[in-house]
Design a protein around this ligand. Sequence first.
Ligand SMILES: [Mn+2]
Length: 354
Amino acid sequence: MLNKKQVEEIKEHLDKAQNPLFFFDNDQDGLCSFLLLQRYLGRGRGVPIRSFPELTEDYFRKIDELKADYVFILDKPLVSKEFFEKIHQINIPVVWIDHHAINREDIPDFVNYYNPLLEESDEKNYLIAPPVTYYCYQISQKKQDLWIAIIGCISDKFLPEFYAQFKKENPELCVDSDSAFDVFYKSPIGKIAMIFGFALKDRTTNVISMLKFLINAKTPYDVLDENNKNYTMHNRFKEINKKYRQLLIKAIKIGENSTNLMFFKYSGDLSISSDLSNELSYLFPEKIIVVIYVKGTKANISIRGKDIRNPLLKILEELSGATGGGHGDAVGAQVKIEDLDIFKKRLENVLGES
Ligand SMILES: [Mn+2]
């Protein structure tokens, strides 16, 4: 959790920002973090970050384009040096709120950096670190936005204490469970979370109109009920959901016949690995899930499994050009196609030893 002083500091930054630009990670936690802060402040523009693994310097031009006087970075663990150098030169304040494990030394002094993980002495705590949405709700505290806070949290596998209150007021949107993923996969509020996630994978113009729509949405039903204002968002959801279900069915078959370490590889236009690995880990909770998306010369990998982060980072260190990171039990990585077999073998070895 953010402490009182941190909440006050971030609020001061928001107050000072006349035209803030919110860069956010291209997933539900990033999106909901942005929505909470924007709706609290009543101003500011949002830009989802699609570069992986870091926020690249290409995004710098957005600051000029949108005439921003303040930059907020939400839920993105890595930002390129060049991006920060350029932003430092024009002297625009940066506030970065995150919840990933990271080296404090990698963050420039001029950046106002908030990450409650850095203050946790007990390393195990990072397995249950709340998402950035949770921190943004600590800041905004707008009761009308409770549903947005719930969506961002459950999408990152975190069931916040305020779910109980939401369930009491909206029983028809909820299920009775202590598991974030039960809520995500089995309830109407979870369906909205899924709509958000898939709709973010649309073309930029459609995503921009979705952001406008969501900034003004009053209740969860504005999203859930199809109408002419959210028609594109629903269409994109249905289109992606169809492809997603086909991939999931294939992956489930593999999972049913695999050992405790399952690999699922796919290719095509649609990169949807973290969604697939999440649902597979929900369906096969005892397994380590490795989902591999192959495109061009690179493989994007999404892994779910208890305490998987450290062994993964060790393997990546030994592969040239490989990158990755994330949380204790949910990580992403990128390796060269030609290293994929070595990567698999090393993972098998490491996990076999333990
Ligand atoms: Mn995220």
